[in-house]
Ligand binder design. Structure first.
Ligand code: NIG
Ligand code: FE
Length: 355
């Protein structure tokens, strides 16, 4: 029996279809090139804006159900496909309503600073003002998010712009997370550490200095091998160097329609082992105890201790490392979430087995 898995970085509320974009990438087009020519995140934003709350919730529920059957009992979910006051609030309301529809624990994160939407193409400052002066205060007042995240990247928000968003979020009492150094080194990881972020995420292009800085900080390093794999990159995040230096390493799916279309957290653990130098035990810790720590849920989730929530995974094999070893298939035999059986003997509990 293992603790329920914790997926601490997802964008699983979305609408629309980006299969054509995937096909273009398979034909050699780059992720940033597609974004520059009007594709990418803004395409999903169009679809999210025109979807109803019920449509968004129902699609997200399907993903959450699938994750639950794979043992994921705690899930962080970001907004960031609305990119307007109205649509960002809509996404966060959907996340809140999902909490009443699943036994999983959901952690909402505001990611209004994902990219500049089309209508603000020539007025970045205008969009930033909207995020800082309108979205953040309204979201904080309504208690709709626990964290604020920002995509600090050449094609998204600069270091300076990211700092403005994070500073305001911090002043409003939100915890901080940063998408940093995914495609280029921008200094986002250092900014996150300096501002006391709970987590800096991606980190494909961090420097040796950044590794040391993270090792000496309370900020966790959340690595997203699904995005590295799915974008066909060779720059695997340096899990081994981070662990050897003494940093806390978390693995998450980054579940999103553009750069990591998966909800398979155990596959991330396998990739951590075979591409990033992690030991299987470390990989399991990174999707349980360490991930909970990065969500400020130390002792509540990701561990099997008195006082933690009864979120348990029963492995099919005698050796729990079999879950990481037999990759791509679901070797989870049973799942208990919040004290209720939701999977037993390798199949979903229809109607539940009760407590
Ligand atoms: O974490 N990096 C920013 N956001 C997502 C990609 C979102 C998308 O392409 O839709 C990520 O990789
Ligand atoms: Fe992400």
């Amino acid at each position: 029996v293992l603790p329920g898995f914790v997926d601490s970085h997802t964008h699983l509320v979305f609408a629309g279809d980006r299969t054509a974009e995937f096909s273009m990438r398979c034909g050699g087009a780059g992720y940033e090139e597609i974004a520059r020519s009007g594709g990418g995140i803004v395409v999903t934003a169009e679809a999210v804006r025109s979807a109803s709350e019920e449509e968004l919730a129902s699609a997200a529920r399907g993903r959450l159900d699938a994750m639950l059957q794979e043992g994921t009992t705690t899930v962080e979910i970001k907004s960031g496909y609305g990119l307007s006051v109205e649509a960002e609030l809509k996404m966060l309301r959907v996340i809140r309503s999902l909490q009443g529809q699943t036994p999983q624990t959901l952690i909402p994160t505001f990611l209004g600073a994902h990219v500049v939407p089309r209508e603000f193409k020539d007025d970045r400052q205008g969009y930033l003002g909207l995020v800082v002066e309108e979205m953040l205060p309204e979201i904080a007042a309504a208690g709709l998010a626990r964290y604020c995240d920002v995509f600090c990247e050449a094609s998204a928000f600069s270091l300076d712009e990211s700092r403005q968003v994070l500073r305001k979020a911090h002043d409003l009492g939100l915890g901080l997370r940063v998408h940093a150094e995914q495609l280029h080194r921008t200094g986002g990881a250092r900014l996150g550490v300096e501002m006391g972020a709970a987590s800096v995420d991606h980190l494909e292009f961090i420097s040796e200095d950044d590794v040391q800085l993270l090792a000496q900080s309370e900020t966790v390093a959340t690595l997203l091998p699904g995005a590295t794999l799915f974008l066909g990159m060779d720059a695997w995040p340096p899990a081994r160097r981070l662990l050897d230096a003494g940093a806390r390493v978390v693995l998450a799916t980054d579940c999103n329609p553009g750069s990591s279309m998966t909800h398979n957290l155990l596959l991330m653990a396998t990739l951590g082992c075979v591409r990033m130098g992690m030991r299987a035990e470390e990989a399991l810790a990174s999707i349980t105890r360490e991930a909970a720590q990065g969500l400020g849920m130390e002792g509540e989730a990701g561990v099997l201790t008195a006082g933690s929530r009864a979120d348990w995974v029963l492995a099919e094999d005698r050796d729990p490392l079999g879950l990481v070893y037999q990759f791509g298939s679901n070797r989870v035999r049973g799942v208990m979430c919040g004290g209720e059986a939701v999977r037993w003997d390798g199949v979903p509990c229809v109607g539940g087995l009760g407590s």
